[in-house]
Every structure is written in structure tokens, then in C-alpha cells.
Design a binder for this molecule. Sequence first.
Ligand code: WT7
Length: 490
Amino acid sequence: MNLAQKKGSHTAQCKIVITSNQGVRGGRIFDLKSTVDNAVKSCPSVRHVFVAKRTNESMPMGKLDISLDEVMVGQSPVCAPEPMDSEEMLFMLYTSGSTGKPKGIVHTQAGYLLYASLTHQYVFDYTPGDVFGCVADIGWITGHSYVVYGPLCNGATSVLFESTPVYPNPGRYWETVQRLRINQFYGAPTAIRLLLKYEENWVKKYDRSSLKTLASVGEPINHEAWEWFHNVVGDGRCPLVDTWWQTETGGVCIAPLPAEPGAEIRPAMAMRPFFGIQPALLGEKGQIITGNDVSGALCISKPWPGMARTIFGDHQRFVDAYFKPYQGQYFTGDGAYRTEDGYYQITGRMDDVINISGHRLGTAEIEDALDEHPDVPETAVIGIPHEIKGEVPFAFVVLKESATENQRAVVEEMRHLVATKIAKYAVPDHFLVVKRLPKTRSGKIMRRILRKVAMQDTSNLGDISTLDDPSVVSEIIEAHKRYRSHAAKK
Ligand code: WT7
């Protein structure tokens, strides 16, 4: 079975696919059409594939394919708007959770659009005439809400960015700011962490006087990245807003407001709820934690216009994933700290979801892809910190006895499996072959131990008495030591 089937992407019953012959990014070319062709083979609901010509490479056209450029020639430039019910589906986006297949998050017409446009205006201090530059990929929620729907609802000029921050050189963002006179620049900490390694002149040589607001999204922004973004890019004169939200929330929920009179923008991760958002911190026993200088599971207590309405085709899963963990609350999956003066700081995911360069991924998805290898009976993937990407996956794998001779080849095949079944960014940075995984007597993998081993922090492993066989721990620590010393020699 391939992953597309496993993921249940068939649930969307999609009829039309729009693609390009090839994709172009960071000086590289990708054969998008052939990827789509492969996917469509297992999707009987698809009737047409529209193919845009992004490059001059001609592609074989199959019987479902229609050239987008050719059919567009005969079309009217005006399309009458179609009235929709406010609660009808606007779009669906797949995102990862801690278990099972990705979830098709459903957003609806009126609430989502209202929320995207309102947050676009207030969080980023957008005023008519501004040029709004969100450099996120259009295919993710950030691109949906802040390249397309939010800015267009407000009649803004929205920049479409198709590249990487370092192609053809690390001045790419700031050259774009200068050329297009961008007023709001919205990007991800992972890109900032990458850019701050280069000479400041890559920033300084471009005119950035048009910038009014800088903004960050997707993962916690560390102090160094915050300071560089604020001081080097913004010359210390633009508010830098760290925005917290999720695919499910439709738009920004927690952020400082640049336009709020007297609002203070504090370095790194200090934010307040947006209009109408009521955050709550919940404790282990499900109690609401009151007061300040406290931490807990970040929930939202009241509905807001932009919230997701369901998981496509599986409403029960929606209820179970978001509303069951804490009675009467929407649970975000994140932990948070409320500071002494009532600001929120996000402390990270509380579930088995990791964040690789701002890409959200359930470790179970990587494990599923690895487990497809016939010589791999069992794997466990965890996230470990990485200087630039935030987090990277670390895979512990158990091989069949017969395959231990071919370890290197099997690892290569596993890399390929993850790259093709999920994406290149999901390929683990580390593969550690172990004889067995640390399991409790009830068969649950103790990931806490794997995390400590991978972080080389094994002085205090906590309670391991529930392990089926505690000697597995020293076995894994030894294997990891050998792995690290081997890696160091390379
Ligand atoms: C998860 C949501 C929001 C659009 C892009 C990601 C993490 C998001 C922040 C932030 C710390 C953040 C959370 C969240 N996250 N923004 N400003 N500070 N963490 O959307 O793929 O749905 O991921 O990204 O863990 O739950 P997503």
C-alpha cells in the first residue's frame, strides 16, 4: 500500500488537480507533473489535470491532462462571484497530528475570511496602499491567510515569493524589499537563523526604509534571531511581531499589536491574545490555572470566527483531538507560560509533533514511512534541537537479523522512502540502529529515554522501573556512543 492510500487522502474525493509542468525553486527544477501523474494513478475521483507551463520543458500529456495556458486564452477575464453560505467550506488543508494519518482541516467562508482580513490589518499594522510581503509558501496556512485571503480581502498588494532566502545569494529577501518597496515583511525564524550567519552587508547594501513592521511565525524565535531581525534588518526602528497560531486557528491568535497605543514590543516570544481570543492554561488534572508566572497546556476557551469547523470526513476525530483533552476547551497541542505581567510565551508542542524549519510533522508519520521497508520491523522517531532548523528528526531503528550486514544500504533506502512518501525535509538527520527499543511492560515505547540518549543527557533518566527490561537502556546508550564517535571521525 502506498502512503497516499494510507494517509486517506482519498477522503477528499478531489476531481480536479492544477499543477505546473515543472517547479522552480532556489535554482533547482522539479518535475512536478510526473509526481502528480503518479499520485493520480491511485485517485480514481480525479477527472482533469490542468497543467501550467512554468518552464519550457514539454511534458507528455495524458488523457486527463489539459493545458492551462491554452484553455485560458479563450476565457473571459471577468468571473461573476458565486454567493455561498457563510458556513460552506472555503478550503481544506492537511496537517499533521500526533497520531495516525494527516487531518484535512476545514475552513469555511465567512468566519475564516473575516478573521484573516481582520488579523492581517491589525496584527501587521496594514494600511491601504501598503505592499504586504509574506514570504511563506502559498500552499501552507501562512500563505493561505497572509499571501492570499487576508491581503486580498483588504485590497492589499501582496507579494508572491518563489525561491529560497539564499538564492541566488543571501541578499534575496532584502533586494526584494528594496525593489518592491515592501512595508510589512513576514517570515520564519528558521530563515532568519540561516541568514544571520552571513555578512551584515547582504542586508545593509539594500534600502529597507519602506519597512514598517517585521513579523515572525511558525516556531519560537530565539533571542539571537530576534535581535538580528530587529536591529540589522529593521535598523531597530520597526516593531517585530512574533505571531502564534496554527493551521486550525485560521489566523493569528496571540501576538503583540504594533498599532496598540503604548504597546511595548518585547524581545522574543512575548505576546497577548488577539481581539476575541480567550487563552487559558490547563493543568494536568484538567483544572484552569489562574494567576501569573504559571505554565500549562495552552487552550482557547471561547470560539472565534477563524477556527476550523471540522476534519474533513471525520468529525468525531475533530472532537476527540481538540475538545476531549480538556473539557469545554479547544486544546492547541502547545504548552505556554504566562509571565508575571500576563504575557504569553509558547514553550513548544506537548505531543509527538515536531517542527522542522517551520514544517509541522507527526513523528508517527515518519515512522510509518520507515516501517514500510521490508527489513525494518520497528522504529521510533523523536525530535532533537537543531541550530538552524529548530528541530530535526532522529530515528532509532530495529533491523531484521538478516539485514544487519547491509545496514548502510537499508538506511539509504529508508532515506529515500521518507523523501518520496513525505518530503525531503522529513528525512531524519540521524539513524541509529539498535537491537530493540525501550518499552514498558504494556508495550509502549518510552520516548523520554530516547530523547535523553539522543541529547547525550543520560545522567538522570528518571523512573525506568516500568520498562520491560531495563538493560535495554545501557544497550542503546552504548550504540549511541559508537554512533557519535563514528560520526565525529567522518
Ligand atoms: C504550530 C502550528 C501558524 C502558521 C504556521 C504553522 C508552532 C506557530 C509559533 C510561534 C512558537 C509557534 C506551534 C503551533 N508555532 N507559531 N510564533 N511561536 N511556536 O502552522 O503548521 O499548523 O503549526 O507551530 O507549535 O502549534 P502549523
